[in-house]
Design a protein around this ligand. Sequence first.
Ligand code: SAM
Length: 250
Amino acid sequence: MTTDGANDGFEYHRFERHYTERPNITESRLRLLWSALTTKVPGRTLSIGAGTGDVEESLRERYGFTVDEIVEPSDALFPAIQSKGFHAWHGIAEEYPYEKESFDTIYYNGSSHGFIDDENLEETFRKNFDALRPGGRLILSDVPKESTLGILLFTVYEHPDLDRSPYADLLSGTAFFDIAQGKEPTYKPNWHVTTFYIELLERIGFVDLQFRQTVLANSTFQNDAVEDPVAGYTQGNYVAIIATKPAAAH
Ligand SMILES: C[S@@+](CC[C@H](N)C(=O)[O-])C[C@H]1O[C@@H](n2cnc3c(N)ncnc32)[C@H](O)[C@@H]1O
């Protein structure tokens, strides 16, 4: 079920630790997002599901790029976005009051795969499509179900009573290492493989799909080194899909 923002299980401090306790994964993810954002000039940009806005702050500090709008439903995380000075709307992607052809880029970073209920997913991405200007892009950047990390997280999510101890050395090198210590996997109830998203985006009318991937290392070794993104989607534990609205679409 889609989040109500109040009982989503997100805790501010645990969330922030994600970024600092596994810094090489954070850096690899940032480089992936920036690579996806810059396949063309981003223009007026909306970030959906920004958490605490740490990534947006890094984009601003590192690259001088400031998102124009953020959508974030979590009561626990939303104040951190505001404190960073971003223009933000408190709610879910499904209900944001999109204005037609008002953005050049809409991106979901770690929030596209699995949070939105399946029955509302196509309608929400269609709203995103309508909110994009011709030639604008929708970017989905997330952990694919079929990746090493995806298989691990999906397994723990599907089997909450699983004895985690045999999995601890698999999870310890990932951004979700605390799941091995028994923390609840509060993310991504609906899991799909990358080709599901490709077919969905093409059905909606997006064209010229491009792909970037990073963190190709197996789970145990994901924080060992920073990785630069490469083209494709068949190997990465983090994959960005860049889909374009046709220039002539209306
Ligand atoms: C894993 S976090 C990613 C946060 C941040 N973008 C990052 O990469 O670190 C997923 C975020 O999506 C948000 N989210 C969950 N359901 C959502 C929905 N229906 N619409 C918009 N955002 C949602 C959560 O509140 C959370 O902040």
